[in-house]
Design a protein around this ligand. Structure first.
Ligand SMILES: [Zn+2]
Length: 883
């Protein structure tokens, strides 16, 4: 478990703690999903004494020798790592109800899965058929998303093989654009590759060795007869009824691992082909070959590939823009291209399917499946291939009616952040049938073929419902857990002779109490499978009022700027982080450095500064907790501000914005205290109002840094645990906008004086603050209230008295407009209203200002001031003269 996983569990913990303090019952459970091949793989490698595996578990994961010796048993591995997870999670302060812990291979859980699948089967969602799947020939098993080292975004693409006659054999080339057969000028072969002549379905084919292996997995009988060096194929002649005789030309870019390993060349419409041909011709070879255009498309000339390549100024085959250019022409021609009249004149989108059908019917074409992105690599290190599985069981996610149910449910769900909705919709849209069983691994036996197991992403879709009963069902004998038992617990359906009725009733009650869940928290890479699958399964089994209500989707973790990845070794283990920095520091850093849906970047130097922040907080509470002075205006200010921070922290956590919440509950309060201390008279350390601030502050931070806050809660005499104390609630009566505004004016003026001092670099002898006259306040208010600020200036100048002031009034209007744009809107509103008696504010703060700057401070009205600068005074921005 690395710190990225840590965030995935700590965010929901913070939210759980927040709601508990607000008086809600919160179920935050944890279980262990151990289905699939990985655990079996480890146990097998241990059993055969694989040195590398033993070293990994002994030295890196620190498994004690006596336990490691038993790792040939997969369940020992499960038990050991579940215990380890629980230990580290507990050390992180996760408020999990561990009574409900289970694993997905517990016998009672398997009974639950069997019940779930009866529903899926009954609804017609479980089907049997032939299907292309990702397959590892080493493991002899289909490969799931979690089993991939590389290529997890690769899709299986259906190609048409175009069969070119070559003597007594055929050379197949794979294409997505069969209609371009009319424009083929040549084939490409890689002279450095060794091809084979193979007997495929009793006919001789010339293909790459890789292609021979792949075709054997796709319903073809394949017998390799002999090798043919690629260079021997160069300059040979092949033919196809739709394009006639063409030569085979050499090209290094031809990848033997892509489909058949040979390519047909359409230089008029494919940029790669165009450039490859041009390069050969520049060496004086094959100069008689001309691109043969066949598609007319708006926005391109006679030869679209040539047009696009020349327009982009591409000179080389390896230009990085070639892929994009290919895609661009492909899309343009598909969307609005028409075949030339001599080829039938039909739109490309129609002609494509027609030509493919013609080739299949009359010219021997067949389908070949291949990945769009390569390589695709299995966890075992083997290249993954596409295999057509027969008698394979599928979940029919392609079913439009099922998709519709899921889309409807998504409409009713809260998705955080809202941007992920698009990604969910897209996933529902393109999800295809899902191979749902495996031959190897841990898990529940597939009820309709017990030689198969239900695969990991198909047995982890409604276990959130199981959480509600997990601690109670443990006490029952798995053998009595018939589907009828679960029908009763989850759907309230009665059956005769239900066992242990009392226990079942307790479970039914608990399920009804907790379900549906409010939010599921997970990382964004699971949108394309798990997070969407779970909705498919829920809508099939549960009634509307028991369907999921929301999801929060997380960003990824970076470590020093690079993506965290266990398989690449770029991780910082959560346990090491907690050991080095402490749980609260880890929590506060993970919650504060980014919002949950943003990517976060773990950097030790930043984590160290988080640790210092917690220490500052700790000492600040200790300094304040016993202060007993009388409250002053500045205490009212501090208390008023606190109400604001409470409101904003609460609102942020309502929206899962952990970073925003920490900004308000930690940094804003700390900044207020800094100003508060500055404003206190020399001899004072504050008033007794600080004690209630301590209480609120500790509670606001308790969800984030529970260990520190529990200790402080005890130190300040809090009752019980901070974790169960009431969440602070803002008190309107403690708010004073008038005093906040006055203090804001003073604070801004102090900042202005400081920056002027820095600028003029003289040792000041005195400071004069000149306050703007009343008419400027009128100007300010008029502009602030006007919907159109520019019109407001004209309006002001219509006024007789203002016009008399002439340029002075016009300048003031312009300056007020600028000032209004710079100030926060809520402050503008207050100034435009009653505002604040600026003179009184500065007179009251005179001794403070003199103490701050160590020189006499004079306060005057700008009108009576002699200094030219005084004329610049504006409302809330007095003129400052330092002499
Ligand atoms: Zn494998």
């Amino acid at each position: 478990m690395h710190v990225g996983h840590g965030r995935t569990y700590i965010v929901p913990d913070v939210i759980a703690r927040f709601w508990r303090m607000r008086g809600r019952q919160v179920l935050y459970p944890m279980a262990f999903h151990v289905t699939g091949a990985p655990v079996i793989g480890i146990s097998k490698r241990i059993a055969r004494n694989d040195e590398k595996t033993i070293r990994l578990y002994r030295d890196l994961y620190k498994v004690p020798p006596d336990i490691l010796a038993k790792f040939n048993d997969p369940l020992t591995i499960v038990k050991h790592f579940s215990d380890e997870y629980q230990r580290v999670m507990t050390a992180c302060g996760l408020s999990i109800d561990w009574r409900r812990r289970f694993t997905t291979v517990d016998p009672t859980y398997s009974k639950f899965i069997e019940w779930q699948w009866k529903h899926l089967y009954g609804a017609g969602h479980v089907i049997k058929g032939a299907h292309p799947v990702r397959y590892c020939t080493f493991d002899d098993n289909p490969v799931g998303d979690h089993d991939l080292l590389e290529g997890d975004t690769a899709e299986v693409i259906k190609f048409t093989l175009v069969m070119f006659r070559f003597g007594d054999a055929v050379i197949p080339t794979a294409t997505l654009r069969p209609e371009t057969i009319h424009g083929v000028t040549n084939l490409w072969v890689n002279p450095a590759v060794t091809y084979v002549r193979a007997c495929v379905d009793n006919k001789p084919w010339v293909i790459s060795r890789e292609a021979a292996e792949k075709l054997a997995l796709q319903d073809h009988s394949v017998v390799v007869e002999k090798e043919i060096p690629g260079k021997d194929l160069v300059d040979k002649i092949v033919s196809h009824p739709l394009c006639g005789e063409i030569p085979v030309l050499p090209a290094d870019f031809v990848d033997p691992d892509m489909a058949s390993g040979m390519v047909m060349s359409v230089p008029a419409h494919a940029p790669f082909d165009y450039i490859a041909l041009r390069d050969l011709q520049r060496q004086g070879k094959y100069t008689t070959i001309r691109p043969i255009p066949l598609i007319k498309v708006e926005g391109y000339g006679e030869v679209p590939a040539q047009d696009a390549v020349e327009r982009a100024g591409i000179t080389s085959q390896i230009d990085s823009r070639m892929e994009a250019l290919t895609q661009e022409i492909y899309s343009a021609e598909f969307a609005k291209g028409n075949l030339f009249d001599r080829y039938g004149g039909k739109p490309v989108r129609v002609a494509r399917d027609e030509v493919a059908a013609l080739m299949t019917d009359q010219y021997g074409s067949v389908v070949m499946y291949e990945f769009d992105i390569r390589p695709v690599v299995c966890r075992c290190g083997n290249r993954v291939k596409v295999k057509i599985l027969h008698d394979q069981w599928f979940l029919k996610y392609s079913d439009p009616a099922w998709k519709k149910q899921v889309s409807d449910q998504l409409q009713d769900m809260a998705l955080v952040p809202p941007e992920v909705r698009l990604e969910f919709d897209r996933t529902v849209d393109w999800l295809k049938d899902w191979a749902c069983t495996r031959r190897v691994g841990l898990g529940t036996r597939f009820p309709w073929d017990t030689t198969q197991l239900i695969e990991p992403l198909s047995d982890s879709t409604i276990y959130m419902a199981y959480y509600t009963i997990a601690h109670r069902i443990k006490t029952m004998n798995p053998n009595v857990l018939t589907p009828e038992v679960f029908e009763y617990i989850f759907l309230g359906k009665e059956s005769p002779n239900l066992p242990e009725r009392e226990k079942l009733d307790a479970m039914r009650k608990e399920f009804l109490y907790w379900y549906p869940y409010n939010f599921r928290f997970s990382a964004k890479d699971l949108i394309s499978n798990h997070l969407t699958f779970q909705i498919f399964h829920h809508v099939t089994i549960f009634p509307k009022d028991k369907l999921p209500k929301g999801m929060v989707v997380f960003g990824m973790g970076l470590l020093n700027g690079a993506k965290m990845s266990s398989s690449k070794g770029n991780v910082f283990l959560l346990e090491d982080a907690v050991g080095e920095f402490g749980a609260d520091t880890v929590r506060m850093f993970l919650m504060g450095s980014a919002e949950p849906w943003q990517d976060f970047d773990w950097r030790n130097e930043l984590v160290i500064s988080t640790k210092k922040q917690i220490e500052r907080f700790y000492y600040a509470i200790h300094e304040m907790k016993d202060v007993s002075g009388e409250p002053k205006d500045i205490d009212i200010w501090l208390t008023s501000r606190l109400q604001d921070h409470i409101e904003k922290t609460t609102a942020a956590l309502d929206n899962f914005q952990t970073r925003q919440a920490l900004q308000e509950s930690f940094f804003s309060i700390e900044n207020d205290l800094k100003w508060y201390r500055r404003r206190l008279p020399k001899e004072s350390n504050g008033s007794r109002m600080l004690r209630s601030l301590c209480s609120a502050w500790v509670r606001l931070l308790a969800p984030f840094i529970p260990f520190t806050c529990e200790k402080l809660w005890e130190d300040i005499g809090g009752q019980g645990l901070a974790s169960f104390a009431d969440w602070p609630v803002a008190d309107e009566k403690l708010k004073s906008r008038r005093i906040e505004l006055a203090e804001e004016l003073l604070l801004r003026t102090v900042e202005d004086i400081e920056s002027i001092k820095k600028l003029i670099q003289i040792t000041p002898k005195s400071i004069t603050i000149s306050i703007a006259p009343g008419w400027k306040h009128d100007v300010f208010s008029t502009i602030a209230r006007a919907p159109d600020k520019n019109l407001a200036i004209r309006e002001i100048m219509k006024d007789e008295a203002m016009r008399k002031r002439g340029k002075e009034a016009a300048d003031a209007a312009k300056q007020c407009t600028t000032l209004i744009h710079r100030l926060p809107p809520q402050i503008v509103e207050l100034i435009a209203g009653d505002g604040v008696n600026e003179r009184a504010v500065f007179e009251q703060a005179q001794s403070f200002l003199e103490k701050e700057f160590g020189v006499p401070v004079h306060i005057t009205d700008a009108q009576s001031a002699t200094h030219a600068k005084a004329a610049a005074a504006l409302p809330f921005k007095p003129a400052i003269v330092i002499e």
